[in-house]
Design a protein around this ligand. Structure first.
Ligand SMILES: Nc1ncnc2c1ncn2[C@@H]1O[C@H](COP(=O)(O)OP(=O)(O)OP(=O)(O)O)[C@@H](O)[C@H]1O
Ligand SMILES: [Mg+2]
Length: 571
């Protein structure tokens, strides 16, 4: 098309040249341009270099077509022959049409060029959006795309988001100036740093968080109820469609705070929609250069808004999760504090109870011993030996010794003498010592041992102490004899030992106090057997589980870790 145009123009020029009468001695300046040195080629075609004229032909002809001199030349050139006249007029019209086509072509090329630039920005924006989950950064990247001179070039961009809790639409972030006199400064800052669109994006993604600008500070104060009667922003959300506000007159309602920012500048509001749900609004204006906002601008902005919406939805979710996580962390910290407090106060209460009980526990045998000692002394003075009283004193002293030892076991940090032991072996050794005594009480044993060794890092004597306690408790629960079943096994990283009796069993209130120091139902019991046992198992990193049914029996299961990380060793 370009070539045909130039060729045709050349023909027209040559034709006109041949048919124009000119005074070749005088220089005639272009009448159309007025006060200019430029010559009119209609009068002096000889003065024009062919090449030069061809190069500037487009402008020259467009100008000449509006020039009365050129018109006159055409008029004069016609009239000799009818065919000449027809040809000249046809060429003249053709010329006019070609100039129109040319103008159209230039404008189409311009808008195509703009489209290409916009697409490039859309691409860069979507690539940048993939690199962050941070809501503020997502909104800043979107607004940079909207205001970048390399594409949309809006003077200002703002984001408002729907707050589902308060049912309002709240101002979030703005890019651009708040007052008009601020704009040249903002722009000169950016242009003096020669920042490209990609530089700006890079700065948002990787640079430090900048403090909010004046526009953002003003927008953050805006919160509009999400109801249609509250104006254009809620309507953009509710109607899920873009609005262009050209004038603030008539029934257009704009929030007061927003109006102060917009200052009667026409603006466009584009909804941010994700999977049919509106999340917010992007608002743009050209308050500095007053460039009109076209329907085409709005259509392209809608594409950008769609891209941004999915990222904004993600970022909002991420934000909510982070807030929830922070809340949970806070609650966790509070619980930990509370737990520490409770444990501490529980321990203090324990200590108080302990002191009272210890005083009572020790006082009773001491009074008994005192009474018997008096009696022994009196008899001794009379030259008699009171063996029975001495035996009772001995028993009570033994009991006192036991209380003191168990209390120390319970209250002190135990020093475990750790070595590799086979749990089956420890049980066998204990049973060997106890079997005779228990048989005498009419108690039978049944064992079901794991067929392989159950190696674990442990303090053999302490574990035996636990076994004694459990076996004695079981035996004491079967006053008329019965059966104790002992089973061992392995479950994952744990080995277990289960001691089951078919004795009297326990009511739930007894079960609840089992591990409380000095809780006993026995006349001569200290009530320290189970608390001490639990402490020993705890020290080994294990736990105790109790099952019991009144009149049916009780089972204690002890689980001990094979890999004892708490003890810092691995088996
Ligand atoms: N196998 C069991 N069957 C029924 N009750 C049990 C059993 N084991 C423990 N108990 C109950 O739990 C209480 C506390 O036991 P713990 O071993 O701590 O102290 P104790 O046996 O009473 O005293 P000590 O161990 O000093 O002899 C017992 O008095 C008993 O009432
Ligand atoms: Mg006991």
């Amino acid at each position: 098309m370009e070539k045909t145009f130039d060729q045709k123009m050349r023909c027209v020029r040559l034709y006109i040249e041949e048919h124009t009468m000119t005074d070749k001695t005088q220089e005639v300046h272009c009448k159309y341009l007025g006060d200019t040195e430029e010559l009119c080629w209609v009068f002096q075609p000889d003065k024009f270099d062919q090449e030069e004229l061809t190069l500037s032909l487009r402008e020259t002809i467009a100008r000449c077509l509006k020039c009365p001199v050129f018109d006159e030349a055409i008029r004069r050139s016609t009239g000799r022959r009818k065919s000449d006249k027809l040809l000249t007029l046809t060429l003249h019209r053709l010329l006019g049409q070609l100039v129109d086509y040319d103008t159209e072509l230039v404008s189409i090329t311009g808008s195509l060029q703009k489209k290409v630039e916009e697409l490039a920005v859309l691409k860069s924006v979507s690539e940048a959006l993939l690199k962050t989950q941070d809501l503020r950064k997502v909104m800043l990247i979107t607004l940079t795309g909207v205001t970048s001179g390399e594409a949309f070039g809006f003077n200002r961009g703002m984001v408002f988001l729907v707050n589902t809790d308060t049912k309002t639409i709240d101002g979030q972030i703005g890019l651009g100036h708040l007052e008009r006199d601020e704009a040249p400064m903002v722009w000169s800052q950016i242009s003096s740093q020669k920042l490209t669109f990609d530089d700006l994006i890079d700065r948002i993604l990787n640079g430090p968080d900048l403090p909010p600008n004046r526009l953002t500070t003003a927008i953050e104060k805006i919160s509009i109820p999400l109801r249609p009667e509250y104006g254009i922003l809620p309507r953009t959300i509710i109607d899920k469609q873009s609005y262009f506000v050209e004038s603030f007159e008539g029934d257009i309602i704009v929030d007061r705070g927003l109006r102060l920012i917009m200052k009667d500048t026409p603006f466009a509001a584009i909804p941010l929609i994700y999977e049919g749900s509106p999340l917010g609004v992007i608002l743009v204006d050209n308050s500095i250069n007053h460039k009109p906002i076209t329907a085409e601008d709005i259509a392209t902005l809608e594409t950008l808004a769609n891209q941004a919406a999915s990222k904004i939805e993600n970022a909002i979710l991420q934000n909510k999760l982070e807030v929830r996580f922070a809340e949970l962390q806070h609650i966790h910290a509070l619980l930990m504090d509370n737990q520490k407090y409770l444990v501490k106060s529980e321990r203090l209460a324990d200590l108080g109870r302990l002191a009272t009980t210890v005083a009572h526990e020790i006082k009773t045998p001491l009074i008994t011993i005192g009474g018997y000692a008096d009696r022994v002394l009196k008899k001794a003075e009379a030259g008699q030996i009171d063996l029975q009283s001495m035996k009772t004193m001995h028993d009570e002293i033994m009991r006192l010794e036991r209380i003191c030892k168990e209390m120390l076991d319970y209250s002190q940090k135990s020093q475990l003498n750790l070595e590799q032991n086979d749990l089956n072996q420890i049980i066998s050794e204990t049973l060997h010592l106890e079997a005779g005594k228990l048989k005498y009480q009419n108690i039978n044993f049944e064992t079901d041992f794991y067929p392989e060794k159950l190696q674990l890092l442990s303090d053999k004597d302490r574990l035996k102490q636990v076994l004694y306690n459990l076996i004695h408790n079981a035996a004491e629960a079967m006053a008329n004899g019965g059966k104790i079943k002992i089973q061992t096994g392995r479950k994952g990283d744990y080995v277990f030992l289960r001691i089951e009796d078919n004795g009297c069993g326990m009511e739930s209130d007894v079960m609840q106090k089992l591990f409380t120091p000095f809780f006993t139902n026995k006349r001569n019991g200290t009530g320290l057997g189970l608390p001490v046992s639990k402490k020993i198992i705890d020290d080994h990193g294990g736990n105790i589980v109790v099952e019991s049914e009144p009149n049916k029996g009780t089972a204690f299961t002890i689980n001990l870790p094979c890999k004892n990380e708490k003890l810092g060793k691995e088996l």
